[in-house]
Design a protein around this ligand. Structure first.
Ligand SMILES: [Zn+2]
Ligand SMILES: [Zn+2]
Length: 347
């Protein structure tokens, strides 16, 4: 066992505190990663505060991990000591179900193993990236190309793949009109990726407050959804709408913006059930769908794509002692656009 420094939530209501946790010994197929940066994802806050069901404490969040391999197991072939690597939202799966065999481990029939707060295949509870080191089986570790700095690459491991996968699946590219709803942690990366894919990109944000940023990040157009005329002007426009907002939204209003055959895809997850008028789908053969991160192969593809287009997240690097402040700022939408913890500050 390796005892390492970390930051953990000890209950749903207390601030996170510095602590130490145990990492397992490096097994034959494991790599030990010296974590350099860990992004703060909105999911970390929901999980730490028990919003998505009871968590097991102490809980070390963090599933946007970037670092350097410092040790490998005897049977490891995919990674070497010194490699720049990343770990995203999952660290294991059954590897033998139909979805795992197709490289869609996120949809593992037996359930993928989340990077933190999940029961791993060996019966231990996983702990995430707000720490100095992590041991992960080599198949769930991806390579970070040299063209990507580790700090701006970290958020790609969740925010990047969560948006790349549906943009890829629903064919964002030249000649396609894509709307990104919400310009936050997910949305800002989605704008960059959709633009790099060659799509015509529109941001639909509550107000025009971040318009300058949106256009700088690659959007061609920017509209405020608090202006009712937006929905009249853009009716029937889009081939794809990617909704990154987890607040409840008026689905019929958004579906009316789709062209014939268009799809609206949610990656933001509202806690409450939503309702829609099925006529919104029937008239225009429209689809309403969801998407969950992406498989390991696609995560590697996404990182290679981002490196090729020199595209990383817009970040604010913070020391570990600012994690609790950062949580409050994320909840207040006061971040442009992702906090990344410098794990050197964990001591
Ligand atoms: Zn996340
Ligand atoms: Zn499986």
């Amino acid at each position: 066992m390796l005892t390492v420094n970390a930051y953990a939530a000890t209950s749903a209501t207390e601030p996170l505190v510095p602590t130490t946790i145990e990492r397992r010994d490096v097994g034959p197929h494991d790599v030990l990663i010296d974590i350099k940066f860990a992004g703060i994802c909105h999911s970390d806050i929901h999980t730490a505060r028990g919003d998505w069901g009871p968590a097991s404490y102490p809980l070390v969040p963090g599933h946007e991990i970037a670092g350097i391999v410092s040790e490998i197991g005897s049977a490891v072939t995919k990674h070497a000591v010194g490699d720049r690597v990343g770990v995203g939202c999952m660290v294991n799966s059954c590897r033998e179900c139909v979805n795992c065999l197709q490289g869609e481990e996120q949809f593992c029939v037996a359930g993928n193993t989340g990077t933190y707060g999940a029961m791993d295949r060996d019966g231990t509870v996983t702990q995430g990236g707000y720490s100095t080191h992590v041991v992960v089986t080599e198949d769930f570790v991806v390579r970070i190309p040299d063209a990507l700095a580790l700090d701006v690459a970290a958020p790609l491991l969740c925010a990047g793949i969560t948006t790349y996968s549906p943009l890829n699946h629903w064919g964002a590219g030249p000649g396609k009109k894509v709307a990104i709803v919400g310009l936050g942690g997910l949305g800002h990366v989605a704008v960059k990726i959709a633009h790099a894919m060659g799509a015509e990109v529109t941001v639909l944000s509550q107000s025009l407050k971040k318009q300058e940023d949106g256009l700088r990040l690659g959007a061609d157009h920017y509209y405020a959804t608090n202006d009712p005329s937006t929905f009249d002007q853009l009716a029937g426009s889009f081939d794809l709408i990617l909704n990154t907002v987890s607040a409840k939204s008026d689905l019929d209003a958004y579906l009316s913006l789709l062209a014939v055959g268009g799809a609206m895809v949610n990656v933001g997850a509202p806690a409450e059930p939503l309702s829609l008028n099925v006529f919104s789908l029937i008239f225009g053969r429209r689809s309403y769908a969801g998407s969950l991160i992406g498989g390991i192969r696609e995560t590697q593809e996404m990182l290679d794509f981002c490196a090729e287009h020199e595209l990383g997240a817009e970040i604010e690097v913070i020391p570990a002692e600012k994690i609790n402040d950062a949580y409050e700022r994320v909840l207040a939408s006061d971040v442009r656009y992702r906090f990344v913890i410098d794990t050197a500050t964990l001591g």
